[in-house]
Design a protein around this ligand. Structure first.
Ligand SMILES: *Cc1c(COP(=O)(O)O)cnc(C)c1O
Length: 397
């Protein structure tokens, strides 16, 4: 039998060295559990960066995939298909918007939001040609395209990849007066994460998003809410903005939109904004294809019917309280919402993630000092109790 080490050595021979994964090779997943090639079982507390809110290989989504794979996989948007309408209707109904535009990866959806906001700026707000500005926050993570890394504050994300696209202005996160001051007559949008996931599970002050919305409205600036990681139940609401009733002008979703089967993303907004997009303005060969649409419909149905947002709310509050009870001088802060939880340490988190792995829990550090816990939302309380026991073994001093 080949070991984890064998697979890793073999794979690294051919793979670009762009990740630093934990040394485990997974071969099977069901629900909240995954198994490595040596037969060891782990609780997945990363959930594919929240793409697996519905758990691994959810039978209902797998069924939809298999059925559609035998019917029609791809038409390209040169022709219509009979699934995309149902998918977009579902997104619009759930999120409360008039229109949706489907893409594949999260970064593509963010790019789509940027294009729509800029074109809206020129055609509706009458911003001077080529002057549109979008405000973004320090510590943001919106993906890895050249435009998006160009407005990252993370040195490594940018280093060696310039020159970058202009038109972005950076302000500190959770700073309302910085937003107010940064807005000019050329500002078309403010792009924000309701909680910064990759940035270290940074939760802004209560009321921040609501006040951002007010500032944006007052200045005719689009509030663009990247809920690729926080959305679809993760934080205890279907969308994190619901905590503050701060409905954005453009909503960006991805990750769990497919339950982990396939890259599916989208933006949603009202027609007064989406109508600036004309045939030929934007597109993607795979965006809105029938396979993605069938998967997306099933993935959304599971989130609603299994009440995953409510589960995340109840279990997340309980689990966060329990984590806060752990006495460890290296704990700087336990923070999060729902089942998006980060423990900030006073030292590097990687060794702790490795210890957790030995005990059968897969979690990954983010921003060096933060351990993120984000299990599939189908997890049961007993299973979280089991995890808590292991986490205490690693962190109790
Ligand atoms: C993961 C993520 C993205 C990028 O999604 P990809 O599918 O990796 O391109 C964008 N924004 C946020 C908030 C994310 O967490």
């Amino acid at each position: 039998m080949k070991s984890n080490k064998d697979y890793i050595e073999f794979t690294e021979k051919f793979s670009a060295n762009n990740y630093h994964p934990l040394p485990v090779v997974l071969t099977r997943g069901r629900g909240i559990w995954v198994w490595d090639v040596e037969g060891k079982k782990y609780l997945d507390m990363l959930s594919g960066y929240s793409a697996l809110n519905q758990g691994h290989c959810h039978p209902r989504i797998a069924g939809a995939l298999k059925k559609q794979a035998d019917e029609l996989s791809l038409t390209s948007r040169a022709f219509h298909n009979d699934k995309m309408g149902d998918f977009l209707e579902k997104i619009c109904t759930l999120a409360g918007y008039e229109k949706a535009l489907p893409m594949n990866s999260g970064a593509e959806a963010v790019e789509t939001a940027i294009k729509v906001a800029r074109k809206w700026g020129y055609y509706k707000k009458k911003v001077k040609d080529d002057c549109a500005e979008i405000i973004i926050c320090e510590n943001n993570f919106h993906g890895r395209t050249t435009t998006i890394v160009g407005f990252s504050s993370e040195v490594q994300y940018r280093d060696g990849f310039g020159p970058f696209a202009p038109g972005f202005k950076m302000i500190p996160y959770d700073d309302l007066s910085a937003l107010d001051n940064a807005i000019s007559e050329s500002t078309v949008g403010f792009l924000i994460e309701p909680i910064q996931g990759e940035g270290g599970v940074n939760v802004p002050a209560d009321g921040y998003l609501r006040k951002c919305q007010e500032i944006c409205r007052k200045n005719n600036v689009l509030l663009i809410d990247d809920e690729i990681q926080t959305g679809l139940g993760r934080t205890g609401r279907l969308f994190a903005y619901e905590y503050e009733n701060a409905r954005p002008d453009i909503l960006v979703i991805g990750k769990a939109l497919s339950g982990g089967f396939y890259p599916v993303s989208a933006i949603a907004c009202d027609n007064s904004i989406m109508e600036v997009i004309k045939p030929g303005d934007h597109g993607s060969t795979f965006g809105g294809n029938p396979l993605a649409s069938a998967i997306g419909i099933a993935a959304l149905d599971v989130i609603i019917e299994e009440k995953l947002a409510q589960r995340a709310y109840e279990l997340g509050n309980w689990f966060t309280d329990e984590l806060r009870k752990i006495q460890n001088p290296k704990f700087k802060e336990v923070r999060g919402k729902g089942l998006l939880i980060g423990i900030e340490l006073t030292e590097k988190a990687r060794p702790y993630c490795e210890k957790l792995m030995d005990l059968g829990i897969l979690a990954k550090e983010t921003h060096d000092m933060v351990v993120r816990f984000a299990p599939p939302l189908i997890i049961k309380k007993e299973e979280l109790e089991w995890a808590l026991d292991k986490i205490k073994q690693v962190f109790n001093t």
